[in-house]
Design a protein around this ligand. Structure first.
Ligand code: NAD
Length: 473
């Protein structure tokens, strides 16, 4: 049992003033594995004041000093690799090998790349008779989800620190234990008190208090579109800067000249990654009608052959979903899709055989869907793929863009230039061409209700900067 009772505020572990606790559940065993404090408004206020007090001094440090801290943090995080990866595999259910890569490898790379960026970034520029200076936005509240917890935390914390901001982090209450390790890392490297603060608790509790706090200058959320809508509304009262990385219902557009086997197997991986609990999951496979039967057959064999099970078994491709709430939500979507008339090609609402304990869901594929069905329109956040046929390329692009979201997309084609020209017509923040990989130096974020703002690279750093013009005589 990992029982955390304190928040990390002003460089100290301060016992929570809120007396309630939130249990943390192991996704595979359904056993309680730890607990965290449910911070209250007073905890939030103390944390914000600590961040405010630290801002004046931290904001005047040099980019090189800040980069130095980020590199030290990267080294310390790396030293705790197995501990972090194991923790996240228990909290989230993510396969252990993958946890190592995305929960430790990726955060370490992000810290180092943002440190390098801070060293080369042009914080000042002469424009005619003005000196334009980029300054830290101030006290930042970072609110993060459970699906790639440490990766999403570092995607905010690293650029905010590099910019010279101070931070209050409120991680997801569903997978919060890894965030405590990051706080320990900052403590171990001697980051000045109050520069990074951690408070835990629910979104509607401590989260909203932080968002509404008048001493907070900016809120950066990664989470659901519903939370983004609410946070945007609460933050509007104090005209805070709000950056939102939200949900998606992303299409994979398979063009008629694509290698169908390669496209469908790539599509299954891109949909089922982290058991489908991935904001950029490609959950709508849009395929030429003439190839529909072939696509269904390949998808069925592929989905049925994926090993679902214990995240610590090296053979496992899909672990459990994060929680009973998430499992129930996904199963309800599958049942609703069947009731709406969608045809089940693979998987279904019942758990995989022998996996009744743990929040497991079978990799599921639907065909014969219509554009108005919830399974086509809404983010399921589980291992569920829908296949949609098209007759012309124009129709395929219309289908791809027929969504309130615009986070990610994929285009598969035998002709890279053709894929790029189709990608230009898709309204999304990123488009993967064939098996083009995720890149931490490129901007990441959504169009439409997938949010606003960008993370990673220069764009991610600029999110945390204000712009001032000094008009020179
Ligand atoms: P969630 O919206 O339920 O919670 C995210 C965070 O927001 C949590 O820390 C939660 O406590 C907090 N929160 C919720 N309501 C709040 C409120 N009213 N005020 C302040 N804080 C509040 O999302 P989740 O279930 O943790 O994560 C899954 C969602 O995140 C999915 O929709 C997914 O698409 C999205 N996501 C987006 C990205 C991206 O980069 N675009 C990445 C990962 C996940």
């Amino acid at each position: 049992m990992i029982e955390r009772t304190a928040h990390y505020i002003g460089g100290q572990w301060q016992p929570s003033i809120g007396t309630e606790t939130i249990p943390v559940v192991n996704a595979s065993t359904e056993q309680i594995m730890g607990s965290i404090p449910a911070g209250n408004a007073e905890d939030a206020d103390i944390a914000v004041r600590a961040a405010r007090a630290a801002f004046e001094s931290w904001s005047t440090t040099s980019p090189a000093q800040r980069a130095g801290y980020l590199k030290l943090a990267a080294e310390q995080l790396q030293l705790r690799q197995s501990e972090i990866a194991s923790l996240v595999s228990q909290e989230v259910g993510m396969p252990f090998a993958y946890s190592n890569v995305v929960q430790v490898g990726l955060p370490v790379q992000s810290l180092v790349s943002i440190a390098d960026l801070a060293l080369s970034f042009q914080f000042e520029k002469k424009v005619y008779n003005s000196l334009v200076v980029r300054e830290p936005v101030g006290v930042v509240v970072a609110i993060t989800p459970w699906n790639y917890p440490l990766h999403q935390i570092v995607a905010k914390v690293a650029p905010a620190l590099a910019a010279g901001c101070t931070i209050v982090l409120k991680p997801s209450e569903v997978a919060p234990l890894n965030a405590y390790i990051l706080a320990e890392v900052f403590e171990a490297i001697g980051l000045p008190p109050g520069v990074f603060n951690l408070v835990t608790g629910t979104g509607t509790g401590v989260g909203e208090t932080l968002v509404a706090h008048p001493e907070v200058d900016m809120v950066s959320l990664t989470g659901s579109t519903a939370a983004g809508r609410r946070i945007g509304a609460v933050a509007a009262d104090t005209i805070k800067r709000v950056s939102l990385e939200l949900g998606g219902k992303s299409p994979l557009l398979v063009l008629d000249d694509a290698d169908i086997t390669a496209a469908v197997s790539h599509g299954l991986s891109a949909c089922y990654l982290n058991s489908g609990q991935t904001c950029i999951a490609l959950t709508r496979m849009i395929v030429p009608r003439s190839k529909l039967a072939e696509v269904e057959a390949i998808a069925k064999v592929g989905a049925d052959s994926l090993v679902v099970g214990d995240p610590f078994d090296p053979a496992t491709v899909l672990g459990p979903l994060v929680s009973s709430t998430q499992r129930d939500r996904v199963v309800t979507y599958i049942e609703q899709a069947i009731a709406d008339g969608a045809r089940l090609v693979a998987g279904g609402p019942t758990p995989p055989e022998g996996l009744e304990t743990g929040f497991f869901v079978r990799p599921t594929v639907f065909s014969d869907v219509t554009p108005d069905m919830a399974i086509v329109r809404e983010e399921v956040f589980g291992p569920v793929l829908v296949i949609q046929p098209y007759d012309t390329e124009a129709e395929a692009i219309t289908l791809a863009n027929d969504s309130i979201f615009g986070l990610n997309a994929g285009v598969f084609s035998g002709d890279e230039q053709r894929a790029i020209s189709v990608a230009r017509r898709i309204r999304a923040g990123q488009v993967q061409i064939n098996d083009g990989a995720f890149n931490i130096h490129a901007p990441f974020g959504g169009y439409r209700q997938s949010g606003n703002g960008r993370e990673f690279g220069t764009w991610g750093l600029e999110e945390f900067l204000e712009t001032k013009s000094l008009q020179l005589p």
